[in-house]
Design a protein around this ligand. Structure first.
Ligand SMILES: NC(=O)c1ccc[n+]([C@@H]2O[C@H](COP(=O)([O-])OP(=O)(O)OC[C@H]3O[C@@H](n4cnc5c(N)ncnc54)[C@H](O)[C@@H]3O)[C@@H](O)[C@H]2O)c1
Length: 259
């Protein structure tokens, strides 16, 4: 078998939908054995079915990334089922509708976003790193966002803050584990056409405000992010750690966007 992840075991959190699901299918197509995790069982099982239908190998385990015991169990699933863990893709994240400005965001929303988007990445790493070291090293890919790099007038204060935390956490993990054969990089997607964004952009005015800032004039596709994640996960990125890979259609490069 050929492929950029042949012989690798990859665990992807929140892989029942959007970019995580696209990555599960792509990684399996590149030869990885994939552990799919999510909190929505039907979606996780559907992702596994899609991988298997294409001739790949995947297993689903329910795991809420904000729960330490679930994170331990998902890593255990990888090592029990496939005997190792080489790629940890901390992708799960939420974007609640009532996450808004500093003044109006409820404290409970702030806490939930931090628990899943930020603590969830830490718990994934805390559970996964010992297994990765035991497997001879590997690659951690943490999903941040372009909003970790530039501010938006359409505020989403908890989400933005959580993603900024993912960037600094990723750098520190990269430095701490570099000599043990573990690379850690962050992905910063721009707006990507996934269920997470669909609700937000169903409002035509909000959609137009978003589009005007994207030099490419379109949303990204989940598959385009999955290919960037594949690069970071694979040995193609073997001298890359502590970096932030921006995949945003040019948003963060633009001062003025062409008409
Ligand atoms: N879509 C975008 O425009 C965009 C842009 C930048 C960053 N991101 C980030 O990319 C990642 C994936 O987003 P997406 O657009 O594919 O979203 P999505 O909603 O399509 O998929 C996210 C998945 O995570 C799962 N999930 C939610 N809470 C969970 C938890 N506590 N534990 C485990 N799984 C959980 C959901 O059930 C869902 O299947 C997120 O971290 C998101 O913040 C998305």
């Amino acid at each position: 078998m050929t492929g950029r992840l042949v012989g690798k075991v990859a665990l992807i959190t929140g892989a029942g939908s959007g970019m995580g699901r696209a990555a599960a299918e792509l990684f399996a197509g590149e030869g990885a054995r994939v552990v799919v995790t999510d909190v929505v069982d039907d979606a996780g099982n559907a992702a596994v079915a899609a991988v298997r239908a294409a001739g790949g190998d995947a297993t689903y385990v329910r795991a809420d990334v904000s729960s330490w015991s679930d994170c331990v169990a998902m890593v255990q699933c990888a090592t029990d089922t496939y005997g190792a863990l080489h790629v940890l893709y901390n992708n799960a994240g939420i974007f609640p509708a009532d996450d808004g400005g500093v003044l109006d965001t409820p404290e409970s929303t702030w806490q939930k976003v931090m628990d899943i988007n930020l603590k969830g990445v830490w718990l994934g790493c805390k559970a996964g790193i010992p297994a990765m070291i035991a497997s001879g090293g590997g690659s951690i890919v943490n999903v941040a966002s372009f909003v970790a790099l530039v501010g938006a007038a359409t505020a989403q204060i908890a989400y933005t803050t959580s993603k900024g935390g993912v960037l600094s956490m990723t750098r520190e993990i990269a430095v701490e584990y570099a000599r043990q054969g573990i690379r850690a990089n962050a992905l910063c997607p721009g707006p990507i056409q996934t269920p997470l964004l669909e609700e937000l952009l169903s409002d035509p005015e909000r959609r137009a405000r978003r589009m005007v800032h994207i030099p490419m004039g379109r949303l990204g596709r989940a598959e385009e992010l999955a290919r960037a994640a594949l690069f970071l996960a694979s040995d193609d990125a073997s001298f890359m750690t502590g970096a932030s890979l921006v995949v945003d259609g040019g948003i963060t490069a633009a001062y003025v966007t062409p008409e």
